[in-house]
Ligand binder design. Structure first.
Ligand SMILES: [Zn+2]
Length: 169
């Protein structure tokens, strides 16, 4: 016997009503919570309409995931960011090169903005210097911006990270 999707009680037949924008199979008592739909009785299929409604709700509740899936792009001022982060850490280009095992000439060109670092190198620089070099293009309207960066997520100080990197050598 089908059961009412509102109260869960079983009834020989159910009516169809739109409740909060979702079509549900409900009993005669619960139909008043929504707008009753005319039409054939709801056939009981494998996936209940409640399940489908919940899935729809789940999708609606996660706009951020869509945003998170958007491709990140190298920021225009990546060179400046690398340079500033490096100087903030009190490192020379040579120190940084040693720390992340990268050619000093490459790093110098990155800081000048004449060399677009490949993804792997961007990731290394971001990690070593605790700097954000990639950002998503503008947030789609309706979702709204959210803070970019990793402020507050620091467990180690910059110096600690670099020291660790150097100790490994
Ligand atoms: Zn009911």
């Amino acid at each position: 016997m089908p059961s009412c999707e509102m109260c869960g009680k079983e009834f020989p037949s159910l009516r169809r009503a739109v409740i909060e924008g979702t079509t549900m199979s409900v009993c005669g008592n619960c139909v008043k919570f929504g707008v009753e739909q005319a039409g054939p009785k709801v056939e009981v299929t494998g996936r209940s309409q409640t399940t489908q409604a919940l899935e729809r709700r789940a999708v609606r509740g996660k706009p951020r995931d869509i945003y998170d899936q958007m491709q990140e792009e190298l920021v225009e001022d990546y060179g400046e960011r690398v340079k500033q982060a490096r100087q903030r850490a009190g490192l020379s280009i040579e120190d940084l090169g040693k720390a992340i095992n990268e050619r000093v000439s490459n790093l110098a060109n990155i800081e000048k903005g004449t060399y677009h670092p490949p993804d792997a190198l961007v990731a290394k620089l971001e990690k070593a210097l605790d700097v954000k070099l990639k950002e998503k293009p503008e947030a789609p309207s309706g979702i709204g911006g959210r803070p970019v960066g990793n402020a507050g997520a620091k467990e180690l100080t910059l110096g600690d990270l670099i020291k660790k990197q150097l100790e490994k050598k």
